[in-house]
Design a protein around this ligand. Sequence first.
Ligand SMILES: [Zn+2]
Length: 110
Amino acid sequence: MSKAGNEWMPFYRAVHILEANALKEALELEQIQVRIEKGANPEEGTLSPEEFIEILLLIREQDKKKATMVIESYQQRQGIGWYCSCCGEFNRPHFEVCWRCKHEPGEAAD
Ligand SMILES: [Zn+2]
């Protein structure tokens, strides 16, 4: 029996396995189930073998909103900048609210 919203969905494409593992930990702390899938990067070219691999984080559809907030705060903490879940704008790490729509990372989007 399958419940709606309980399906696995691709959620985040990590640039590195270390990033993927750190995010998985952060999400699991919030009781969000995470699966990591590795696949070949379809964009073949001059990438090194490490970059060649695509790491995909999968979560349950029902956890999407919560997971988005976890990722936002994680990215802000890491000092790598963060993408606003409201308007999709990229924000520099020291921005405490989205410069475009004033959304606060970690706050639920409407
Ligand atoms: Zn925004």
